[in-house]
Design a protein around this ligand. Structure first.
Ligand code: AVI
Length: 316
């Protein structure tokens, strides 16, 4: 069949499940169902990153503003703002200190932008918010030709879901579209006691399991497949030596399933793995190396009281 008409999800499934070492991209977990499960993950006591970043932005946004050294009005440009609850803490603190800025959240979904604008306006009626819908880099390119300095926000620890080359590539692309003196506040989860990390992903409620299983359900829904999801298990493992949590779906028996959309039957051996997600935890030396390789200098690390997570401020 011709692959030119396939969605990027369909292409990822076809390529990933035909590979010798099967894999799927975690970015496809986030359809409506996956996004809803992710909200539940963020509310679990074991999943510390959300609470840590909330603490940082609630308690240290005044210090973050002082570290910017912008002398004029500036833009705050956010990539992937989600529900905006954490960012609101930063915006509120900046407004209380009379900082002059325009908040520009970028999202590919108009619906997400409309909801964010509505929520932000009801919490902070004085906020100057100008959402942009579209691809990050198209919007970035446009903003970089303006004269105002920019603070870019890439929060939530999303960089950890990219492998090293992809992460560097993304940071270099951000850097290429920034002016000298523009700043980036980037959320990164830090290496810590391995048991704390293991529990955040291998959670006792089965929510992270459901999050990963959503990939199989999405294949069934969108690619008209007949996967029997209870013939799969979820497994994840934190390796403190390299800071990687790797997540997998495990085939519990030798089995096959067919996708009508892909017109393909996939075969799995008993105990065969489908790799679904990387969630990388960083040391400060790794952060310094990433920043400098991508063309930034680290200004400061803003951390929660347990030093589990950092919102690091970088300057171009
Ligand atoms: C979105 N991202 C930063 C989350 C993480 O921690 O890697 C996704 C996630 N996967 C399992 N739990 C949360």
């Amino acid at each position: 069949m011709s692959t030119t008409l396939l969605s990027s999800f369909a292409e990822n499934v076809l390529e990933g499940l035909s590979a010798k070492e099967k894999h799927l991209s975690s970015k496809y977990i986030y359809d409506d169902n996956g996004s809803r499960i992710f909200m539940q993950i963020m509310q679990m006591p074991e999943y510390y990153p959300t609470a840590c970043e909330f603490e940082i932005l609630s308690q240290q946004s005044g210090n973050i503003l002082d570290a910017l050294h912008f002398t004029s009005k500036f833009n705050i440009v956010e990539f992937g703002s989600g529900d905006g609850i954490k960012t609101r803490q930063l915006l509120k603190a900046f407004m209380a200190k009379k900082a002059q800025f325009t908040y520009i959240p970028i999202d590919i979904s108009q619906k997400a932008n409309d909801a964010l604008q509505h929520n932000m306006k009801s919490a902070l009626p004085e906020l100057d918010i100008q959402p942009r819908t579209g691809d990050y880099f198209d919007v970035l390119n446009e903003l970089s030709s303006g004269t105002l300095p920019n603070l870019f926000l890439f929060l939530g620890g999303n960089l950890g879901n990219y492998n090293k080359d992809e992460a560097l590539d993304l940071l270099k692309r951000f850097n290429a579209d920034m002016k000298k003196g523009d700043m980036l506040l980037i959320g990164m989860d830090l290496k810590k006691n391995p048991r704390v990390i293991q529990k955040a992903y291998d959670d006792p409620h089965g929510i992270t399991r459901a999050f990963n299983m959503n990939l199989l359900q999405r294949i069934n829904r969108e690619l008209e497949a007949d996967i029997l999801c209870d013939q799969f298990d979820f497994y994840c493992d934190y390796n403190p030596a390299n800071g990687e949590v790797n997540s997998y779906l495990v085939s519990l028996k030798k089995q096959s399933f067919h996708s009508k959309v892909l017109d393909t039957t996939f075969h799995l051996e008993k105990d065969e793995l489908i790799w679904t997600e990387l969630s990388k935890k960083y040391s400060f030396s790794e952060i310094d190396m990433l920043a400098s390789t991508a063309g930034f200098s680290v200004v400061n690390h803003f951390m929660d009281c347990r030093h589990y997570f950092t919102d690091s401020l970088w300057v171009k």
